[in-house]
Design a protein around this ligand. Structure first.
Ligand code: PRP
Length: 283
């Protein structure tokens, strides 16, 4: 039985559950439940406080966790990151009041910096030869400069709106982070069969999220040029249409190429272009 930790509340919660559900796990989770059974996979889901997850994972109370890389790195957890999951992307950054000019990190020598990430901040400052007074705050860090508690802050930035609302400006990025799947170092050997199965499913879902299925009609004489436009997995599927001289082409394209590919296909006379989400992708 795999014990999987996900965030109890916060910005990883919904995306974590969504990912597990897209992996085919039927999770019986009710409101305020701390543990949920999975009906069709040998796993239990534990809903834990973000900051507790690294310790539970390291101690083997849970085998796997969906957690921000930033949390694992701050806690220096002796666990292994198996997959980056592509959501909850953020930066751990230094920010100062907007009106202050920033001439570089040495400007923070002797200054007071508020943060919930003392370890990562200290390592960064040391690597730059800067000595500052680190003031530990567990939340609402962005308020610190406004109430005279600190000269600068070091906190997570995602959209940047919290900084903006508090009159702060991101000056230096210490770390880039996203949600990841992390594993306890013993569990990876003991429970590898089911961990591998879950990883396989996660990869298929993540691959699919980055791709779309495309189909369109094209005159037969344009099939070759249409194929050259498509950055396909193998080669496109070509099906004859009832109408003489026309075919339907099917393929899979990367979301980044999406508009570019459609523009080119329209230019060569493609018609009835349909683009469909891909649910799973096994390569
Ligand atoms: C984080 C972080 C910032 C905010 C930044 O807090 O501490 O306050 O997000 O996001 P933004 O750039 O999109 O405004 P979060 O809401 O995750 O909760 P926390 O206070 O528990 O860290």
């Amino acid at each position: 039985m795999l014990k999987i930790a996900v965030q109890k509340s916060g910005r990883l919660y919904e995306d974590s559950l969504q990912l597990l559900k897209e992996c085919g796990l039927s999770i019986d989770n009710g409101m305020d439940q701390l543990k949920a059974e999975v009906r069709n996979f040998p796993a239990e889901i534990y809903f834990l406080r973000n900051s507790d997850v690294p310790q539970y994972l390291e101690d083997g109370v849970v085998d796997l966790a969906i957690i921000g890389e930033n949390v694992l790195m701050e806690k220096q957890s002796a666990v292994t990151i198996l997959e980056k999951l592509g959501f909850s992307k953020c930066r751990l950054s230094l920010a100062l009041p907007k009106h202050l000019p920033y001439l570089g990190i040495t400007q923070l020598n002797g200054k007071k910096i508020a943060t919930s990430y003392p370890h990562l901040l200290r390592s960064y400052l040391e690597s730059k030869g800067v000595s500052a007074d680190i003031h530990l705050i567990s939340g609402s860090v962005e308020i610190a400069p406004n109430i005279g508690l600190a000269d600068a802050i070091c906190d997570l930035v995602s959209s940047g709106s919290t900084l903006f609302k508090n009159g702060l400006e991101e000056k230096d990025i210490i770390l880039r982070s996203e949600a990841c799947l992390a594993v306890n170092n013993q569990s990876i050997n003991i429970k590898n069969e089911w961990i591998d199965e879950l990883r396989f499913r996660i990869r298929s879902v993540l691959q699919a999220r980055g791709h779309k299925y495309i189909l369109f009609n094209i005159p037969n004489e344009k099939i070759e040029i249409a194929s050259s436009i498509l950055p396909v997995l193998k080669s496109p599927t070509v099906l004859p249409l009832l109408e003489n001289g026309w075919s339907s082409l099917h393929s899979v394209i990367h979301v980044h190429d999406f508009w570019n590919v459609i523009k080119k296909l329209k230019e060569i006379g493609a018609q009835g272009i349909l683009v469909i989400p891909v649910e799973n992708m096994v390569i």
